[in-house]
Write a protein that binds this ligand. Structure first.
Ligand code: SAM
Length: 218
C-alpha cells in the first residue's frame, strides 16, 4: 500500500485552490468537486509537495509537466463529461487529468508517448484507487482499436487538429484540443454534428508542451 498522507493542511489548500478556480471563472460544480477531491500532491515528488496546490504547471520529469489546475478545470469543463462516457486522453503524463476524468465517472483510455512516464503512471494510479486503461504510443493518431469515443481531450499543444481524432469521435462527440505554435495555443472545442459536419469554438490562449508524433510536431 502506498504511504501517502492527505492531511488537514492539504485539504485546506485544496479548498483554497477550488476557490481560486471559481474566481477565475470555472463554474461546473462537478469539475470543482473533482479538483477538491483528488489530492494533487500525490502526483508530486515529496520535495515539491508545498507547491502542489499552487495554480501552476510543474515539472514531472522527462521534460514534461503536470498541467496547471486552471487548465485541467477549463479543459474538463469544455469536455462536459457524463458518467459512462468513453473518453480518450492524449498525454497521460502524471495521471492527474486522467484521475479527474475517472472521478467524473468516465471510462478513461489514456495514451502516453514517453515510455518512462507511461510505466510510472501505469504503476501509480491503481495504487491510489484510480482505474483507467493505459496505452503507450503516438496519441496524435488517436487509438483506433478503441474508437469511437464520446469525448477526446488532448493535453499537449498541437500544430493542427489531427484528422484521426475527428474520425474517432462518435456523432455528438466532443474534442478539446490546444492548437497553435510551439509556444502558445488556442483552446479549441469541436463537436461532431454529423459524419461530415463539425462545429468549432475557440477560447483563450494556453502554453502546453508540444504534441509529438505523426499528426503532431514530428
Ligand atoms: N495530462 C497530464 C497530466 O495530467 O499530468 C499532463 C500532460 S503534459 C502537459 C503532456 C504530455 O503529453 C506529456 O506527458 C507528453 O509526453 C505527452 N505527449 C506528447 N506528445 C504525445 C503523443 N503524440 N501521444 C501521447 N502523448 C504525448
Amino acid at each position: 500500500m502506498l504511504k501517502l498522507e492527505d492531511s488537514y493542511s492539504h485539504k485546506g489548500q485544496r479548498k483554497a485552490l477550488v476557490k481560486t478556480l471559481e474566481n477565475k471563472g470555472i463554474m461546473d460544480k462537478k469539475v470543482l468537486n473533482a479538483i477538491g477531491t483528488i489530492p494533487r500532491h500525490f502526483f508530486f515528488d515529496s520535495a515539491l509537495h508545498s507547491h502542489a496546490y499552487d495554480d501552476k504547471a510543474f515539472p514531472i520529469g522527462e521534460g514534461q509537466t503536470i498541467s496547471q489546475p486552471f487548465t485541467v478545470a477549463f479543459q474538463t469543463e469544455l469536455l462536459n463529461v457524463q458518467p459512462g462516457d468513453k473518453v480518450l486522453e492524449i498525454g497521460t503524463g502524471s495521471g492527474y487529468q486522467a484521475a479527474i476524468l475517472y472521478l467524473l465517472g468516465a471510462e478513461v483510455h489514456s495514451i502516453e508517448y514517453n515510455k518512462k512516464l507511461y510505466q510510472r503512471t501505469k504503476k501509480f494510479l491503481p495504487k491510489i484507487g484510480i482505474n483507467i486503461n493505459f496505452y503507450q504510443g503516438d496519441g496524435s493518431l488517436g487509438l483506433p482499436e478503441q474508437a469511437p469515443f464520446d469525448k477526446i481531450i488532448v493535453t499537449a499543444g498541437a500544430p493542427v487538429v489531427p484528422n484521426s481524432l475527428l474520425k474517432q469521435l462518435k456523432i455528438g462527440g466532443i474534442l478539446v484540443i490546444p492548437v497553435g505554435d510551439r509556444k502558445t495555443q488556442k483552446m479549441m472545442k469541436f463537436i461532431k454534428k454529423t459524419a461530415k459536419q463539425v462545429s468549432q469554438e475557440s477560447y483563450s490562449n494556453f502554453a502546453f508542451v508540444p504534441l509529438l508524433g505523426k499528426e503532431g510536431w514530428e
